[in-house]
Ligand binder design. Structure first.
Ligand code: SF4
Length: 682
């Protein structure tokens, strides 16, 4: 068999890979023809072949501890969901899915829940990742639109990275940026409380105070106005300018934790260049004021006209491989398919008509934190979790575990037999994994790429979309009769044409008639893709997606983050999420072998923490024991711990249990990135 083109399943860079099946597994190399990576791979992508072994796979449906066949398991799931809906109404059931789902999986889950069950209680772990970016885009632009492209990182004169350890978390895009920097002297600014590896390649590192990002961008906006650098033509097409400027001028520079020289250096760089990209990631989104932080960034780009142009624009770096695809199908509980608005009657009518949906949800459903709260207090009585491990990844993870353990009926679809969430399921369904699944994903620059299988799933494992379609049919619903993901993709593309006619930015209707052969051969493309508009930058013409065509600037009042000890969290270079895949690679495990607490020397002295000793990090009535790493890369009072390690005991280092994770009131995204903790030697 020749090489198969597919896509890396880890981060939102969305690198193309070439796969060659071998007698013992697969060989993986970067796809030189994929526009995202042009042959490059990072350590995680390069180790993919080490993570596709059969170890730990769930090979058959399980009802309790008993193996079952698919018919019995699917009949049971359909019957329990049907009975729960009949007894308690559609809002008594919920789905919790994942940015690891392929777009076709996501589409079917949303169609089933929002169109046929009649509830919008479907949320996704993308809520933990991108929800504040989505909410910020929608407030500013009218739609969840990422305006720019990856090439903007190579065309910019200044690239500002906010709350993003890009060197470790989006490595291949960082490599592209570094290559551009070497070739044309791109100036790089990193805004991060920690001196991360990304800072080592920066011209300017601003060690921002926790929560100080919105204040910094407000101050830059006020400074732009003072220097006469606002784009008067653009401002005529923006609402809310004066209120946003007033809030900016009222901002206390002390909230940034930066000195006058640092602020001046930032203003000179940002405002001194026409071509500026501001890229952000979890350090902005995972905050209880994340949406305001996003809008503070968007305000500055809008007001200075640095948007929609080659090398200029705000850029949200997606965490997961398909967080964007999930957003396209309306994977969040407050969205409808194809970037349509669930609160808009005309949008609902269009989707209802297209799906011939008997019970289209009329209002937004529960967002992730509230969804698990509703599971915990018994309002949700049947729950289907797919492709994710919320017992580890949610904030206040112990409460989530208790909630799931107390739920009347829990279905978990996963490729692994023994995840922390799997152990709490009444029905476990074996899912196809990467290398076995067939579908599409969308990366951070709106590029849709195919994931193609190089082997059949082991045992009885099946694709997630197939599982849901089978349950839908057993519940008596029409419109779930696909037998290949190409048909789902075509249906989604056709619906996007309906959405495009209503003003949605997401329109891939050129592909509505795609055949199986066309789908198999589909090359990566950036949306929009329709007869009138093909992929490129949005907003070049100065028109936005609010009904009046105008953008909105938002008045942002920055808030300080208080507490003597604020823990920052994040990823390490070689692990992904809860390590269910990267933990299988000996090579990847070598980089950081155990959970750790990076702590400033002053804190170590003050608290009596010994290098390589153990620290007890406590919060929310729970604790994690972490190896002490003394380092001046973190600021005093701001230790850092990675998120990946799991397990039920403190000794297993599960940091999710100690982070409060209060939700942003606009986006519902939990503040997983930082939280007040107590630290002591153990
Ligand atoms: Fe995979 Fe992201 Fe690395 Fe690319 S940068 S190889 S998508 S983990």
């Amino acid at each position: 068999m020749g090489e198969i083109r597919s896509t890396c399943p880890y981060c939102g860079v969305g690198c193309g890979v070439l796969l060659r099946a071998t007698a013992t597994g697969v060989e993986v190399r970067g796809d030189p023809d994929h526009p995202a990576n042009r042959g490059r791979l990072c350590s995680k992508g390069a180790a993919l072949a080490e993570t596709v072994g059969p170890e730990g796979r769930l090979l058959a449906p399980m009802i309790g501890e008993r193996a079952a066949d698919w018919d019995e398991a699917l009949d049971l799931v359909a019957a329990r969901f049907r009975r729960t809906i009949a007894d308690h109404g559609p809002d008594a059931v919920a789905f919790y899915v994942s940015g690891q789902c392929l777009t076709e999986d996501y589409y079917v889950a949303n169609k089933l829940m929002k169109g046929f069950i009649g509830s919008a209680n479907i949320d996704t772990n993308s809520r933990l990742c991108m929800a504040s970016a989505v909410a910020g885009h929608r407030r500013a632009f009218g739609t969840d639109t990422v305006p720019g492209l990856y090439e903007d990182f190579e065309l910019a004169d200044v690239v500002v990275l906010v709350g993003s350890n890009m060197a470790w978390c989006h490595p291949v895009l960082f490599q592209r940026l570094m290559a551009a920097r070497a070739a044309r002297g791109t100036r790089v600014v990193v805004i991060d409380p920690r001196r991360t590896p990304t800072c080592d390649s920066a011209d300017l590192h601003l060690p921002i105070a926790p929560g100080g990002d919105a204040a910094l961008f407000n101050l830059a906006l006020a400074e732009a106005a003072r220097r006469g650098l606002l784009d008067r033509d653009r401002l005529r097409n923006i609402e809310g300018v004066e209120a946003a400027l007033a809030a900016a001028r009222a901002t206390d520079p002390g909230l940034t934790g930066l000195g006058p020289q640092q602020l001046a250096a930032f203003f000179d760089l940002w405002l001194g260049a026409e071509k500026v990209v501001t890229a952000w990631s979890m350090g902005i989104n995972q905050s209880d004021t994340g949406t305001d932080k996003v809008n503070a960034i968007l305000n500055l780009h809008l007001a200075t006209g640095r948007i929609g142009k080659p090398g200029a624009g705000p850029f949200s770096l997606t965490g997961q491989p398909n967080a964007m695809g999930g957003r396209e199908v309306g994977g969040l509980s407050n969205m409808l398919a194809c970037h349509l608005n669930i609160e808009d009657a005309a949008h609902r009518a269009a989707v209802r008509g297209f799906w011939a949906a008997p019970a289209l949800a009329e209002r937004p459903g529960l967002k992730a934190v509230d969804l698990f709260r509703a599971v915990g207090d018994g309002r949700i009585k049947a729950l289907w979790i797919m492709c994710t491990n919320p017992v580890v990844s949610m904030p206040q993870a112990d409460r989530v575990a208790q909630a799931i353990a107390g739920c009347d009926f829990v279905v978990v679809s996963d490729m692994m037999a023994e995840t922390d969430t799997m152990r709490l399921a009444h029905v476990r369904l074996p899912a196809a994994g990467w290398g076995e699944k067939d579908g599409t994903v969308t990366n951070s620059e709106r590029r849709i790429s195919r994931q193609r299988p190089f082997r059949a799933p082991p045992g009885q494992a099946r694709a997630d979309w197939w599982q849901m379609a089978q349950v839908a049919r057993r519940m008596g619903f029409a419109g779930f009769d696909w037998d290949h993901p190409a048909q789902i993709f075509a249906e989604h593309a056709a619906l996007s044409g309906v959405a495009g006619a209503l003003g949605s930015d997401f329109d891939i209707s050129d592909h509505a008639g795609i055949t199986r052969a066309g789908y198999d051969a589909l090359a990566p493309f950036v949306w929009p893709a329709n007869a009138h508009r093909r992929g490129g930058r949005f907003f070049a013409d100065g028109r936005f997606h609010h009904p009046d065509g105008r953008a909105r600037m938002i008045a942002v009042a920055p808030q300080a983050v208080a507490g003597p000890m604020i823990l920052n969290t994040g990823r390490v270079r070689d692990h992904w999420h809860t390590m269910s895949r990267t933990g299988l690679s000996p090579r990847l495990n070598q980089h950081m072998a155990e959970p750790y607490l990076e702590v400033h020397p002053d804190d170590a002295r003050r608290l009596g923490l010994e290098p390589d000793g153990l620290a007890r990090v406590a919060g929310q009535g729970r604790a994690a024991l972490l190896r002490v790493l003394v380092s001046d890369r973190v600021a005093p009072g701001q230790p850092f711990a990675p998120i990946h390690w799991t397990g039920e005991t403190a000794a297993q280092g599960r940091i999710g249990a100690v982070v409060e994770g209060a939700a942003d009131p606009v986006s519902g995204q939990p503040a997983l990135k930082s939280g007040a903790v107590a630290v002591a030697p153990f």
